[in-house]
Design a protein around this ligand. Structure first.
Ligand code: BGC
Length: 403
């Protein structure tokens, strides 16, 4: 009896030791895996570990475009934080705004057997092949912020209402310049839009231009350069210096005669920064043109406080990360989330379920769209500081709480 007890005890002890060995080795993998933030690199790191997809287990592959555009640093941090807090391991890649590199980085995430991919595409049209591989391996894909085009591998899209972003910029211009009561007064405007490779860019542009059309048609808004078509005003890779160069050319060609520049409609903050720099260096007029933006980048918030940029459309990417987590968890449980995810999750912020707006060329992708908001010099404390998205530095300017 004693012998039997001893042998049972010994086998239990051995099993415990073995299990402990397993868990400690997977534990060490886990910790190196969860510390993996692959930045601007295509090298593979630790294995994803288990393929179980129960709540809080498994690895999430997150592919962000670049660290050079400020917001993606915040997105990467918030996403990583959300998924890790929920118990997932995270592999996070940044691909230096180079779409070939992003394809490689996603290939590596697939090779690492991630359980789900969250992808903010650099070029929405270049990921069909690599995402077909993901689909082949049953790895679900969420298009994050930017729609991924021409693929049936994407199940959901999480973003903000991109058309509204442009509408808010336009409405700000209409309200600030009181265009409805402008009478015969006219205003000169120039337009700077985003990257044609980013599906969002046209939504921003259309939202703004549809809203301003009435005033352009009436002649209240004039565009002296004549550059109005999206193709003429787009900025490859949302690049600040490209936006600056183009604005300098416009200023030299159309404003050197003393014409007043009243409005610079810029789709986002990285382009607004370049346009503002061009105005600072090359505009001869005495007025400060009204410059719009989007994102709440630190440099632009500084410009807003200093009166060089009028507004930015702020998108709480911290909440975008929460939506992405809850959606991913539901998908990993084998559900087919729909509108119900919004009420089930009990978010304290607005989010709409949209099944009509985002066609990626293969299908309409069901979308969770958060609501953007206008930030100005008058309300930035309430919108950004009181909400703890930013803190005020000793220099009086805002610092993002996460980046
Ligand atoms: C995002 C914007 C951002 C732009 C450049 C867009 O896809 O929605 O928030 O300003 O990319 O990074």
């Amino acid at each position: 009896m004693r012998k039997k007890f001893l042998s049972v005890f010994l086998s239990v002890a051995m099993a415990v030791t073995l299990l402990a060995g397993c868990s400690s080795s997977s534990g060490s993998k886990t910790s190196s895996g969860s510390d993996t933030s692959k930045t601007k690199t295509s090298e593979t790191t630790s294995k994803a570990g288990s393929s179980t997809t129960a709540k809080g287990s498994g690895t999430i592959g997150i592919a962000m475009p670049t660290k050079s555009l400020e917001r993606w640093n915040r997105d990467g941090s918030y996403l990583e934080e959300q998924f890790k807090k929920a118990g997932y391991k995270v592999e996070l890649t940044y691909s230096d705004n180079n779409s070939d590199q992003q394809v490689n980085d996603i290939q590596n995430l697939i090779a690492d057997k991630v359980n789900l991919l969250v992808v903010a595409a650099i070029d929405g049209d270049t990921l069909s092949t690599v995402l077909a591989d993901a689909k082949g391996q049953n790895i679900p894909v969420i298009a994050y912020d930017r729609l991924i085009m021409n693929t049936d591998a994407v199940s959901y899209y999480v973003s903000f209402d991109n058309y509204s972003v442009g509408k808010l910029q336009a409405q700000y211009i209409i309200d600030t310049l009181k265009l409805d009561s402008a009478g015969s007064k006219t205003y000169n405007m120039e337009i700077t839009a985003g990257d044609p490779a980013d599906n969002n860019a046209k939504f921003f542009y259309n939202g703004a231009m549809d809203t301003l059309k009435k005033y352009v048609d009436k002649g209240t808004i004039k565009i002296p350069s004549g550059q109005t078509k999206f193709e003429d005003v787009a900025t490859a890779q949302w690049d600040t210096s490209k936006a600056m160069d183009r604005m300098q050319n416009i200023l030299a060609s159309y404003y050197a005669n003393g014409s007043q520049l009243d409005v610079c409609l810029c789709s986002n903050d990285s382009t607004a920064l370049g346009v503002e720099q061009a105005v600072a260096s090359d505009y001869a007029g005495k007025n400060v043109p009204l410059v719009t933006g989007q994102d709440g980048d630190e440099a632009n918030l500084k410009n807003i406080i200093d009166g060089k940029q009028a507004m930015t459309v702020y998108k709480a990417v911290a909440n975008e990360a929460v939506v992405t987590l809850n959606l991913a968890e539901s998908m990993l449980k084998g559900n087919k989330p729909d509108k119900g995810l919004i009420s089930d999750s009990g978010w304290s912020f607005k989010c709409n379920y949209d099944t009509t707006s985002y066609n990626n060329g293969k299908a309409i992708i069901p979308s969770y769209l958060l609501t953007p908001d206008v930030v100005t010099k008058d309300n930035y404390k309430e919108k950004l500081v009181d909400t703890k998205y930013y803190t005020v530095g000793s220099d009086g300017y805002l610092k993002a709480a996460t980046n």
